[in-house]
Ligand binder design. Structure first.
Ligand code: XMP
Length: 518
């Protein structure tokens, strides 16, 4: 997609926790949006020709030395700027207003009242509305040319504007759902104030991406590691639509997949599937089980699975010979979280963004989904006709069931956890809970205990069920599943899965727990 030519909004990130959410909310208006660190130079910002700029929240106090700041010229480019929370304070401070520490932090749902009726930013917003506040500092005096648009009980400047210069400041967080009119306010900014027409659509993304891939790849060959997860599946289908059998997809079954997963991937991408591509299914199950024999330490298990995966992939790649392009399913949050986009300090080691793996002989990496958020990837997936089941798959870790089996991994334990997990997923779907819970699965504890079944004593495993609600997967709450659903799942697992005599439900949040078990 010719990102350069798109109308776009830039989100300048000051380290706020909602930076990706701001970008998502902008994109809901069909406007393309990218996140950049506040360290990005004015020259680079200008070169991107944004239609508007949003300054995010952040943890600093703008009046302290060394606080994250921006070039004052940013406010004189004639490009509309919207400051949110820290961004609002910074805008005021840089332009000569006053920002001070309040005696008390204003946090949570707060009512604001409009002071003027005709602010373009607040068009359609009722006179009193509930917003989400989270700040210690506040704007105590506005710079010249600014006027108050709204206030709250403890905050004299909840919204301010300098209409003439297209500068707007909001003390609260419109991107958070608790701000009732948040979507409308952002829409007003993006459409009315910045004049964006809203041409960013997933149908056009797929069409343009296919054209671009064709142009880039020419007669070359591309190789894609297909895991069956959403990102690699959508990337593979886009590639196959673009270059057909010039693409080879290697799917490694490491024996640690969920029940029927390998067959499902085969059905979509294999010989009988809808796509024209070279599909290589490698059954490496025994290889992985052999390597994992006797290994109990979690990090060692992860390392072995990762290394063995590379080895298998490398062997298959060698059979193909030199390839020109290696396809990766990198998506936009991977880019941001790797520190390449915004200010996020979180660097996930399992994300390989733009890095060049040295185990395959290729010339260039191709990342067709790089600009997209997860839900946009899903929309492209549906657009391309990928089955819903694949498109809406929940996250599944690379090391698979290997990190959901505590202690040594054996074929028998894999079978147990696969069966239990399949029952659990089936019942959650039946109870219509699958869209409410962000990730749920069964894990196998290494605990065996005494039970009684029929008239017989048993000494069998305990399966543990996990279900979490989370936005960013960095923190998570255990989901409250109705007792009756848990009872049905438990009795089905005990009855249908051999060598399980207890089912436990994990109510630990993250932190202190993690989502996975190892
Ligand atoms: P944790 O267990 O760290 O998991 O709370 C957070 C999210 O990351 C997923 N996860 C992984 N994904 N490779 C992956 O691709 C991994 O090694 C890995 N470890 C955890 C996990 O499923 C959850 O969504």
């Amino acid at each position: 997609m010719e990102i350069q030519k798109l109308e776009k909004i830039l989100v300048i990130d000051f380290g706020g926790q909602y930076n990706q959410l701001v970008a998502r909310r902008v994109r809901e208006n069909n406007v393309y949006c990218e996140i950049y660190s506040y360290r990005t130079s004015l020259r680079e910002i200008k070169a991107m020709k944004p239609k508007g700029i949003i300054l995010t929240g952040g943890p600093n106090s703008c009046y302290e030395s060394g606080a994250a700041s921006c070039d004052p010229e940013l406010f004189h480019l004639g490009i509309p700027v919207l400051g949110l929370c820290y961004g609002a304070q910074l805008m005021s401070w840089v332009l000569g207003g006053k920002v001070e520490r309040a005696t008390e932090r204003e946090y949570g749902k707060t009512d604001i009242t409009l002071d003027v009726e005709d602010s373009p930013l607040m068009r359609g917003v009722p006179e009193t509305t509930t917003v989400w506040m989270s700040h210690f500092d506040y704007i105590s005096a506005l710079p010249e040319g600014f006027s108050v648009v709204a206030h709250s009980k403890h905050c004299p400047v909840a919204v301010a504007e300098n209409r003439e210069n297209h500068l707007y400041a909001i003390q609260f967080h419109p991107e958070v759902l608790h701000t009732v009119e948040g979507a409308r306010i952002l829409k007003n900014f993006v459409q009315d104030i910045c004049g964006c027409s809203g041409s960013w659509r997933m149908e056009s993304f797929a069409k343009h991406a296919i054209e671009e891939i064709r142009e880039k790849v020419g007669n070359g060959k591309a190789l894609c590691a297909l895991s069956g997860g959403v990102d690699s599946s959508v990337a593979a289908v886009l590639m196959s639509k673009a270059i057909g059998s010039q693409l080879t997809c290697v799917f490694v079954d490491h024996g640690l997949l969920r029940k029927n997963e390998a067959a499902e991937v085969d059905a979509v991408f294999g010989a009988g599937g809808a796509y024209q591509l070279n599909f290589v299914h490698v059954d490496a199950r025994q290889r992985f089980y052999q390597r994992l024999k006797g290994v109990t330490e979690p990090e060692q298990k992860r390392k072995i699975i990762g290394e063995e995966f590379i080895r298998v992939f490398e062997e298959e790649a060698k059979k193909i010979g030199t390839v020109d392009f290696l396809v990766q399913g990198t998506i936009y949050p991977d880019v941001v979280e790797s520190g390449l986009g915004g200010e996020s300090a979180v660097i996930k080691s399992h994300h390989n963004v733009g890095g060049l793996p040295d185990f395959v002989d290729f010339k260039e990496i191709i990342e067709p989904l790089r600009p997209l958020f997860k839900d946009e990837v899903r929309r492209v997936g549906l657009e391309l006709g990928i089955p819903k089941k694949l498109v809406f798959r929940q996250p599944f870790p690379g090391p698979g069931l290997g990190i959901r089996i505590i202690g040594e991994v054996t074929e028998e334990k894999v079978r147990i956890v696969q069966e239990a997990d399949a029952i659990y997923r089936e019942e959650i779907a039946k109870a219509n809970l699958d869209s409410e819970i962000n990730q749920y699965f069964a894990a196998l504890t290494n605990m065996r205990s005494v039970g009684v079944m029929g008239d017989e004593r048993t000494y069998d495993y305990a399966v543990c069920l996990r279900a979490v609600k989370t936005i960013d997967f960095m923190t998570a709450e255990s989901a409250e599943i109705p007792w009756s659903v848990l009872q049905t799942v438990t009795s089905r697992i005990i009855n249908e899965v051999r060598h399980v005599n207890r089912v436990l439900y994990d109510i630990t949040s993250k932190p202190p727990g993690t989502i996975e078990f190892e």
